[in-house]
Design a protein. Structure first.
Length: 165
């Protein structure tokens, strides 16, 4: 099923969202996610998924932090049905933290250093990298806490029933 109301902002985020069982609409960049939410989903539920990058557009501050769980900030924008999920600190570090939480060694999947993992995740063809897919899928299968929380909040923010994804 297509889920255009789920808007991840980078290639690795999109791959993860797909592995969690969704068919999202990939948007390139935080700014574009923030533009697309009101433009395409004015009165509908939608969820943007971004990294906690050092440079964030000022529009992010329009979304107030509701809570933070498992390295994910859930933010809501007043008077809209929009949710913004902010992966903290950044996607690559967050994934490594989730690997530690479930005792998975990234090196087993070819990611000996966080820098190399970051380089792989930043590539436009990250979704075609089999090592990356296997690593993220292993974390999903082991029930990494951030992955479970992300799936739950995606469903809530997009108006989906979690059991159906």
């Amino acid at each position: 099923m297509n889920h255009p109301q789920i808007l991840p902002e980078c290639h690795a985020d999109t791959l993860l969202v797909e592995l969690l069982g969704f068919d999202p609409q990939h948007i390139f960049g935080i700014g574009q996610v923030l533009i697309t939410l009101p433009r395409n989903f004015a009165n509908r539920m939608a969820v943007g998924i971004i990294d906690n990058d050092k440079r964030k557009p000022p529009d992010v501050s329009q979304f107030e932090i509701e809570t933070t769980v498992a390295g994910i900030e859930r933010r809501k924008k007043a008077d809209t049905k929009h949710t913004l999920l902010v992966i903290t600190p950044a996607f690559e570090d967050w994934v490594f933290e989730n690997a530690r939480a479930v005792n998975i060694d990234p090196a087993k999947y070819g990611f000996r250093t966080p820098k190399y993992f970051r380089d792989v995740c930043k590539k436009a063809d990250a979704d075609a990298n089999q090592q990356l897919k296997q690593f993220l899928n292993a974390l999903k299968q082991k029930g990494a806490p951030g992955f479970k929380q992300l799936k739950t909040w995606i469903c809530e923010g997009a108006g989906l029933v979690e059991a159906e994804t």
